[in-house]
Design a protein around this ligand. Structure first.
Ligand SMILES: [Fe+2]
Length: 208
């Protein structure tokens, strides 16, 4: 991957979710496509600045500003892909009793219920961002993190396991801003646990 990579927006087979309207999804897919487009624009503009093999000193400020925006646009693209991928039509609610996720949540937090209380509480935090459950690849442990905007708080090298967008655009057509907890409840009823479980490393050093 690099400056010459052209990212293409993915499509997601999502509609008729519980508590998240098709109108919300349509708007959200458009916003996601904007992150993909902007990632491509940043790469094009940086490629132009660096094409001679060195950075003209008069262009350093422009280069720096574009590079600072990388985290916002790239994470905006990638986190939305994780988010849409970890939802499905006809979701089943909480993680199955015998699932890998539940076992690892039990090990990491003492119980799945405590893991969930922690994750939901992260999702209710004031501010604009994401709640993400990561797995530490060195020991398999799960931890829940608040990500400001798209880029502040991501843990280098950790694997995103469950990704929940809590920007207001994710629910404002369906719920008032103060009703973010209702959106979080709806999100949980639409989780694709097969996808979540598939992201877990359950062998080697990373296991329950
Ligand atoms: Fe979003």
């Amino acid at each position: 991957m690099g400056l010459n990579t052209i990212y293409k927006p993915r499509t997601f087979d999502l509609s008729d979710l519980k508590g998240i309207s098709n109108e919300t999804l349509a708007t959200h897919f458009k916003l996601y496509e904007g992150y993909v487009a902007n990632t491509n624009v940043l790469n094009e503009r940086i490629a132009e600045l660096i094409k001679d093999g060195n950075l003209d000193a008069t262009k350093a400020a422009a280069f720096s500003e574009l590079k600072r925006r990388y985290g916002f646009e790239y994470n905006g693209m990638v986190l939305h892909e994780y988010y849409f991928d970890n939802m499905q039509k006809q979701g089943t609610g909480d993680a199955a009793k015998d699932s890998s996720f539940r076992k690892i949540a039990d090990t990491s937090f003492g119980s799945y219920d405590i893991w969930k209380a922690d994750f939901v509480s992260v999702g209710k935090m004031r501010g604009v961002g994401w709640a993400i459950c990561y797995q530490d690849p060195s020991n398999g442990a799960l931890s829940n993190h608040w990500i400001s905007m798209h880029e502040e708080g991501n843990i280098a090298g950790y694997t995103p396991i469950l990704v929940m967008d809590v920007w207001e655009h994710a629910f404002i057509k369906d719920y008032a801003p103060v009703d973010r907890p209702k959106y979080i409840e709806a999100f949980f009823s639409n989780i694709n646990w097969d996808k979540v479980n598939s992201r877990l490393a359950t062998t080697g050093s990373a296991k329950a």
